[in-house]
Write a protein that binds this ligand. Sequence first.
Ligand SMILES: C[S@@+](CC[C@H](N)C(=O)[O-])C[C@H]1O[C@@H](n2cnc3c(N)ncnc32)[C@H](O)[C@@H]1O
Ligand code: SF4
Length: 375
Amino acid sequence: MAGIYIHIPFCKQACYYCNFHFSTVLSYKEKLVEAIAKELFLRKDYLKNQAIQTIYLGGGTPSLLDPRELDIIFNTLHKAFDLSAIKEFTLEANPDDLNSNFLNYLKKSPINRLSIGIQSFNDTDLQFMNRAHKAEEAINCIKTAQNIGFNNISIDLIYGIPGMNLERWHQNLATAFSLHIQHLSSYCLTIEPKTVFGNQLAKNHFITTPEEDSEEQFLYLIELAGKAGFEQYEISNFAKDKAYAQHNTQYWKGSPYLGVGPGAHSFKANERSWNISNNQQYMHAIEKGILPLESETLSIENQYNEWVMTGLRTIWGLNLDEGKDKFGSDRMSYLQKQLAVYINHEQVKQVNNTLIIAEHARFLADGIASAAFMV
Ligand SMILES: C[S@@+](CC[C@H](N)C(=O)[O-])C[C@H]1O[C@@H](n2cnc3c(N)ncnc32)[C@H](O)[C@@H]1O
Ligand code: SF4
């Protein structure tokens, strides 16, 4: 099992919270797509002998690409890889790009899942975060996509936005669940350095949301998602009828993936690598046939820590037999010793030799995981 991630580093405008890699200069978009196509060929053997089951076009804003540019990517993937095992092909999209013409084109393309960055169904929140769309566009694009035949739609929502109260969050969630989507990813607003919000915070011009408000909104999200029939299969991810995000699930389960495009990360065995996060330097290197990447070999402790962190965030938890095979029995004894206090307090359950965070303790997952880390 393996996946391919392709990073499209362009956005119409910078959202005030976002520190992902992107440029708002779109004039060389096609040239960069050609470089991505070349990188796909250069790295066609990275996942040799692995069945590629998922592809994810993420960003940035992949929906800024026009059909001609997307076709370059689809055709290259087709030529460079065996795609016969593909189950899921996701396009990350922004509501303002999803008109019916574009959606009709996408429906005929290999894309079979849309991940739409809604962030909020409230215009005040959207304006506050400098989003390029309005709430009405967000609702309309979901309905149009469904009318055209997309039946695997995920949306992203952010909570913990300054000024957001439980009533406004309730309206957001009620709108989301009324739209018959299959999947929801929901993150608490984090203030990152080198963003507009980060700069405002550094100058004391940003009033952060009190932690107890964000926690209340998170617990409310879990409650409402449950009532709407969504399973919280990962701390920030909710699926209806097991429509799990298969690509992200591969990350969480430690499967190998190839990441192509500026800033994209790849992972295989005990090695992680990452492409340079600079569009011009990326294109220059690829033009010369050089891969502009750095890599690191993960120590066994790092691999164990990642396994603990990602596993505890999911409903699949940490299987001690699998852990013994990967990291040895001493490390599993250490894990059980470190988590004993949480098991005693019923915050962690042990079921069939698997450690899983109890539902009521999910908001403590990261803290519990760090207690079991090896330094
Ligand atoms: C890389 S973004 C790309 C998605 C797409 N371009 C968009 O704007 O919707 C992926 C998701 O991460 C989340 N995200 C990014 N930065 C965040 C932040 N600082 N705090 C909380 N969520 C964030 C948003 O929900 C966003 O949809
Ligand atoms: S949230 Fe999406 S659209 Fe906004 S800056 Fe980040 S990647 Fe671009």
